[in-house]
Ligand binder design. Structure first.
Ligand code: ADP
Ligand code: MG
Length: 348
């Protein structure tokens, strides 16, 4: 089943916040992550899909059909929230079977289906237990089994791992992926955690201020962000403000850098993006984009080091990464510099 948002805007009554002109498509069986910081409009997108909010502009379609006016219970969406939201008066099995009961499935069938789902999330032996006796990770597995048991058209996950400890979060992240693939559920996953978004999703929508900035595969978001604003959400980078002075050359105030500028014209204000792992330490004297300077702060991460390198005639350090540290100079292959339009507002 597919999910489409076509130019959807929504403002909370009496407030100025919500989402603005959101266009998104989730293809059948795809897992699309909606990533952005707190208050960026992620949950609003989910609530609109579920039918929990009224009065939006634009078009929302599930499986090609406009869902305007279709109530929550008829949209056939499965939902999992950060807080497990299980029914405390029902045991594990009855929680999972709940959606099936609502749909009038007979007792034997719903028991078999619920047990099958519990088997898949590794909790079959807990079927008769009270949910309050389960750990956070187990409760979230039950919530996932419950959301998928009635084979929803769309699965909506709102920061499902945010309340869990780091170890269990990692494990459940993999389990969600496996289960989602096995069930083939079209899924919208909301998260503020970039590791979660990049490792789980087929594609990621980066949202900020209620707007979608870019929808792309994790690889393309990282390698080809459309703006430095997006780049800041995905991995580490240094951003150098500059001006194109000739085709293939950018003046970044402390150096002239060779880079691909073909979409710009001389005189254009730009920002040059550098990923830390693309820095070559202590290159030969004739290397292109060679910057002499000095190494500053070093952060050790075992498999790699992240360190600052301050080019001569610049106060601002560039972030570098690698096992070998630069002493006196770095070089950057022009292919690895990404020249982007200067952003209207600078923020970190
Ligand atoms: P996120 O899930 O990305 O943290 P939300 O979608 O919940 O963000 O919220 C988007 C914006 O709408 C925020 O500015 C938030 O403060 C505002 N908002 C959310 N819920 C309500 C509400 N019920 N009434 C008024 N404003 C709200
Ligand atoms: Mg939210």
């Amino acid at each position: 089943m597919s999910l489409h948002f076509d130019n959807v805007s929504f403002t909370y009554p009496g407030a100025q916040h919500g989402i603005e002109a959101v266009t998104l498509s989730v293809t059948p069986g795809e897992l699309l992550a909606v990533m952005g910081r707190s208050g960026s409009g992620k949950s609003t997108i989910l609530r609109l899909t579920a039918g929990l909010l009224d009065g939006y502009r634009g078009r929302i379609a599930i499986d090609g059909r406009d869902v305007a006016g279709v109530p929550v219970w008829r949209r056939e969406v499965g939902m999992v929230f950060q807080q497990y939201a299980l029914f405390p008066h029902l045991n594990v099995l009855d929680n999972v079977a709940y959606g099936l009961r609502m749909r009038g499935i007979d007792a034997a069938k719903r028991r078999a289906r619920a047990l099958d789902m519990l088997e898949r999330v590794g909790l079959a032996e807990h079927a008769g237990r009270r949910t309050t006796l389960l750990s956070g990770g187990q409760q979230q597995r039950v919530a996932l089994a419950r959301a998928l048991a009635f084979e929803p058209k769309v699965l909506l996950l709102d920061e499902p791992l945010a309340a869990l400890d780091a170890g269990i979060r990692q494990q459940l992240r993999d389990e969600i992926r496996t289960l989602q693939r096995a069930c083939g559920a079209t899924t919208l996953l909301v998260t503020h955690d970039q590791d979660e978004a990049l490792s789980l999703a087929d594609r990621v929508a980066v949202v900020d201020g209620g707007r979608v900035l870019q929808v792309d595969t994790p690889e393309r978001l990282y390698e080809q962000p459309v703006s430095t604003q997006v780049a800041r959400f995905v991995g580490h980078s240094s951003v150098m403000p500059g001006r194109v002075i000739a085709n293939g050359t950018v003046d970044v105030s402390f150096a002239l850098l060779s880079a691909d500028t073909h979409v710009f014209r001389p005189g254009d204000q730009v920002e040059v993006l550098l990923r830390p792992e693309h820095v070559q330490p202590d290159p030969p004297a004739n290397a292109v984009n060679r910057l002499a300077g000095r190494r500053a702060e070093v952060r050790y991460f075992g498999a790699t080091c992240r360190y600052d390198f301050v080019p001569d005639s610049s106060q601002k350090p560039l972030l570098c990464e690698g096992r070998r540290l630069a002493e006196h100079a770095i070089a950057i292959d022009p292919e690895h510099l990404r020249v982007l339009p200067a952003s209207a507002s600078q923020f970190c």
